[in-house]
Design a protein around this ligand. Structure first.
Ligand code: MEV
Length: 438
């Protein structure tokens, strides 16, 4: 059984590594050098990364790739993507090129409201609580002035606070449900600071509210926190073209392709088992851009999947239809993103990614991210409904298999050439490699 330790966070990085190696890697002589191999030789840069979190021992690399040729609302973009899955950037690039020749992507931000809540318990007369809330609401806003001053100067801030009765769900449970406009910031710190100020003022003012009995004065604040469910921070992206232009390959009938494609989307709309995988493919594109631009992909994931279930059944985030002779394919998703604050001005690669995207506003980034998701889904559905996913996927995975068997550069180039015309499977690659080596 491994040892416990107290005061670990106080140890130096070297001492932390020594403890880990002594405790867990007594049989692995390479452990320490694997950890250290990922240290950056630029000490200042390494220190910056060390200080992002507690107990950093090394860096964990993900490839940062780019997908060029994205035409979005008439403007060209090369999209940065941080992701480990071999086929994602290739699929995005292919879809971008395909739609570049068909008018590109159209995207629009539908709304930008974010939400935060103070959850509290109140045992007493609801009418009195409502009267108290109306009396205290201006004071809540006033209490946050030091926090909201700068945001207000730029046109954002608190939009509203309402009292919500949740006693049907839990006896005595109420909320201060607040809405915010956080402009180019994702806004988590701003919102949470406002909420904590609301909670403090609310509780203190309840104590002084003469209409309350002693019991009613004793409001219990359970927690104050933003919501990552942002169904009113929505973006929509769309592609469309005449059905006749939908296939590049004369073997595939465009009308049949369009119909099959729409059916594939319909299936994801009604069948949760399929919808989850369908949306996972969308998130391949979304998360990769969210990560590359220093945003919180866990927040985005949680919010997007909640949105996908908003009607009581988990469903597709994309939709498709045929209207006359046109094929139309679109996505509508909630995205709370920031292009200022957080990692955006700290991580050199995040700064570079944002520069690559022409230093977008949060709204522009929402559009780009939605487009990346739509493009990814288009690429996946096009493969799934025609060749099947494995052909393209395994082609991209070939390099991983070759690396797994430590193929040399010359073996790689020979086998890449060979598998241009042969189906890639794990065993076929192993066999071909063995043949080459014997
Ligand atoms: C794989 O990462 C993603 C797909 O499974 C998505 C889909 O099935 O639509 C190919």
């Amino acid at each position: 059984m491994s040892k416990s330790i107290s005061g670990f966070s106080k140890l130096s990085k070297t001492k932390k590594i020594d403890w880990i190696v002594d405790t867990y890697f007594s049989n692995n002589k390479n452990a320490k050098s694997i950890i250290k191999q990922y240290w950056n030789t630029n000490e200042k840069l390494q220190q910056l990364h060390d200080e992002f979190i507690e107990n950093t021992i090394t860096n964990y690399y993900l490839p940062l790739g780019v997908a060029p040729n994205f035409l979005i609302n008439g403007k060209m973009h090369t999209i940065p993507m941080a992701i480990e899955e071999s086929s994602v950037v290739a699929a995005a690039s292919k879809a971008a090129k395909f739609w570049l020749d068909r008018g590109g992507f159209k995207a629009e931000v539908l709304s930008t409201t974010k939400i935060g809540q103070v959850h509290f318990m109140y045992a007493g007369d609801k009418a009195k609580l409502t009267a108290f809330f109306n009396h205290v609401k201006p004071k809540l806003i006033l209490a946050t002035k030091p926090i909201t001053k700068n945001m207000e100067k730029r046109g954002g801030g608190i939009l509203d606070i309402v009292l919500r009765d949740k006693t049907q769900d839990i006896p005595g449970y109420y909320q201060l449900h607040a809405t915010f406009e956080t402009l180019d910031a994702m806004g988590a710190n701003f919102i949470n600071s406002c909420l904590e100020a609301f909670a403090k003022t609310f509780k203190a003012a309840a104590n002084d509210f003469t209409d309350f009995t002693d019991k009613e004065k004793d409001i219990q604040v359970i927690m104050s926190i933003l919501s990552n469910y942002v169904p009113e921070c929505l973006v929509r992206a769309e592609v469309s073209c005449p059905i006749a232009e939908l296939t590049e390959n004369s073997d595939i009938d465009p009308v049949a392709f369009a119909n099959t494609f729409v059916q594939a989307v319909n299936i994801a709309e009604v069948e949760p088992y399929r919808a989850v995988t369908h949306n996972k493919g969308i998130m391949n594109g979304i998360d990769a851009v969210v990560l590359a631009t220093g945003n919180d992909f866990r927040a985005v994931e949680a919010g997007v999947h909640a949105y996908a279930s908003r009607n009581g059944r988990y469903s597709s985030l994309t939709h498709a239809k045929i209207e006359g002779d046109r094929f139309i394919f679109w996505i509508e998703i909630p995205l709370a993103l920031g292009t200022v604050g957080g990692l955006t001005s700290l991580h050199p690669l995040v700064k570079l990614s944002l520069e690559l995207l022409h230093k977008p506003t949060a709204k522009a980034l929402m559009q780009i991210v939605a487009v990346a998701g739509l493009a990814q889904n288009f690429a996946a559905l096009r493969s799934l409904t025609t060749t099947g996913i494995q052909e393209g996927h395994m082609k991209m995975h070939l390099m991983n298999i070759l690396n797994q068997f430590e193929a040399s550069d010359s073996e790689k180039s020979k086998l890449i050439a060979h598998f241009k015309t042969h189906p890639v499977t794990h065993s076929a690659v192993v066999e071909a490699l063995e043949k080459l080596r014997s």
